[in-house]
Design a protein around this ligand. Structure first.
Ligand code: G4P
Length: 531
């Protein structure tokens, strides 16, 4: 196959959702349909349990598992589908945000009872940063959920995206009969069956014919009027609008019952974009370029603490990656070659000889890589778009064993390079603030510092609300602000100025007092997130 054909053959995406909406179940069903796993439960049993019961052992288990399921590849309708795993636990949300920089589209799962939830909104904000195309799957239609039109209105309103239903539910909950596929005028009849792939499809050439009554009985009239309304209210599906992240096609179904998955997957491989290029600091890199480029979006420590090596996950952006060939690590200006590049598939690890745009490869690393690092065939460029997001919880790192301060220093640096947490340096005396999305990470850090680096630490909670990356066009104003806010001004890993705002109130006040200063909630400034 030519490079162009390899590219056109691929689909690289992630499934995202607010916890509990059904991401894990849908992932598993996709793998079942794609023939990548044989039994239901293979993915599910690996999931971290719900927050209250999650403990350290769960995280350790998850570390191992998530290496194994980092990329799940399967074939469907002639395409090679790369499904990138994202952690379901909310404390690992930042991991998910970073993974989204490595995909070309997403499937967003919504619980039909709950509608749009907090994490759904945040994930969509991240998608909007790169205008990532989104397909929405409204799940759990076997439950007494909300009215479908009402759900669509909420999606448009809260996620700032136009929607277009592709299928339409007939009844809901106990009366759920199936879906009408608007794009090919067929009815997929619901049959709650967790084991079987759904096959009860009836084609209705004319929705006004009495055939419809035979098929769905008293629901026929209601469906007719709803379809009329849909066609009147929603624009036709438009490939361009979808590809530019402006329009989300919507499907309804029930993942746990294997229902609605087939059409979702079929349409997904049909309309989802081919692997796309990425913006680098000096230029846009297109996938068809013959020379290999790629970037690191995730780093995993080895689960075996006796070996300090790590796995850096690289998304191939352009050209062909080859095993044992020298590539340039552009940040370090170093030549590196990789004898054992791996793909990870449901616990089986395979060495790859070559990889193409859209693929993700795991490279064994002894400490060369940081998140965002770029590999090329010599060209000096650095991919953009792996931003840090403001953490939610801030604690000061305190050394508990002065004899081991070097180990602590190294450990915390390496762990934060992996993306476990963010590290901020205070102006005074080398003090450090660790910022995370959830409490679990502090447990992880403490445990790993002790086990992998023989360093002991303690965390002292800090009353901060958000980290704001600050920029200005008026340097003297910024200098004044930094001088006045001394203790609350820190540096991030790349030496950028960050203001740790103690509260929403203070942040609002500083925004008023210093109109020349911009307070950004991510380290790259495309998104203006309201707080
Ligand atoms: P997540 O990864 O997004 O967190 O969600 P997950 O797939 O784990 O699903 C959360 C819960 O919702 C699970 O129940 C799952 O079985 C259930 N679920 C998924 N799809 C459907 C659906 O179409 N209909 C209904 N009624 N439920 C669905 P659980 O009780 O937490 O786990 P389990 O004991 O069933 O495995």
């Amino acid at each position: 196959m030519t490079l162009k054909e390899e590219i056109e053959n691929r689909r690289t995406f992630a499934i995202i959702s607010h916890p509990d909406a059904g991401k894990t179940t849908l992932t598993e069903k996709f793998l079942l349909f794609g023939g990548a796993i044989q039994v239901a439960g293979a993915v599910k049993s690996n999931k971290i349990k719900k927050s209250a019961t999650s403990d350290f052992m769960d995280i350790e288990r998850q570390r191992g598992i998530s290496v194994a399921t980092s990329v799940m590849a399967f074939h469907h309708n002639g395409k090679l589908v790369n499904l990138l795993d994202t952690p379901g636990h909310k404390d690992f949300a930042e991991d998910t945000y970073r993974t989204l920089t490595a995909v070309d589209s997403v499937v967003l799962v919504i619980d039909c009872v709950k509608g749009v939830e907090a994490q759904t909104e945040r994930l969509m904000e991240v998608c909007r940063m790169r205008d990532t195309p989104v397909i929405i799957f409204i799940n759990k239609m076997d439950l007494e959920g909300r009215d479908a039109f009402e759900l669509l209105d909420e999606l448009e309103e809260k996620l700032s995206i136009k929607v277009r239903p592709m299928s339409w539910p007939i009844g809901i909950g106990r009366t759920f009969k199936g879906v009408y596929k608007l794009y090919d005028k067929s009815i997929n009849l619901f049959n709650a069956d967790k084991q079987r792939i759904q096959k009860d499809i009836v084609t209705i050439d004319d929705i006004n014919s009495p055939e419809l009554e035979k098929c769905i009985g008293e629901f026929a009239d209601e469906l007719r009027s709803e379809v009329e309304l849909i066609e009147g209210v929603y624009d036709e599906f438009n490939q361009e609008a979808y590809a530019s992240g402006q329009l989300a096609p919507v499907f309804f179904g029930s993942a746990v019952n294997n229902f609605g998955i087939q059409e979702l997957l079929d349409k997904f491989v049909e309309i989802a974009p081919d692997p796309e290029g990425r913006e680098a600091d000096v230029r846009l890199v297109e996938p068809e370029e013959p020379k290999f480029t790629g970037f690191v979006f995730k780093i995993h420590a080895n689960i075996d603490p006796r070996h300090r090596d790590r796995i850096a996950f690289v998304r191939v952006v352009s050209g062909t990656f080859e095993r044992n060939k020298f590539y340039t690590h552009t940040r370090l200006g170093k030549q590196l070659k990789f004898p054992n590049p791996a793909t990870f598939m449901a616990s089986a690890k395979n060495i790859v000889e070559e990889a193409f745009p859209g693929d993700v490869i795991g490279l064994y690393d002894t400490g060369n890589f940081k998140i965002g690092d770029t590999l090329t065939e010599g060209e000096k460029l650095q991919f953009k778009g792996i931003p840090s997001f403001s953490p939610e919880i801030f604690k000061e790192l305190v050394n508990k064993d002065p004899m081991k301060s070097k180990q602590l220093e190294k450990g915390i640096r390496q762990l934060t390079e992996e993306g476990v947490a963010q590290l901020f340096y205070m102006q005074s005396g080398g003090r450090k603030i660790v910022g995370t999305v959830g409490e679990l990470q502090f447990e992880v850090i403490q445990h790993r510092l002790e086990n992998e680096y023989s360093a002991k630490c303690e965390f002292v909670p800090k009353n901060y609300f958000k980290a704001c990356w600050i920029t200005t066009t008026n340097q003297s104003k910024l200098d004044e602000f930094k001088r006045l806010k001394g203790m609350d001004i820190v540096k991030d890993k790349d030496d950028n100025d960050v203001y740790l705002a103690p509260s929403q109130f203070m942040l609002d006040m500083e925004r008023q007092n210093y109109p020349d200063i911009e307070f950004h909630l991510t380290s790259e400034f495309k998104v203006a997130r309201k707080v």
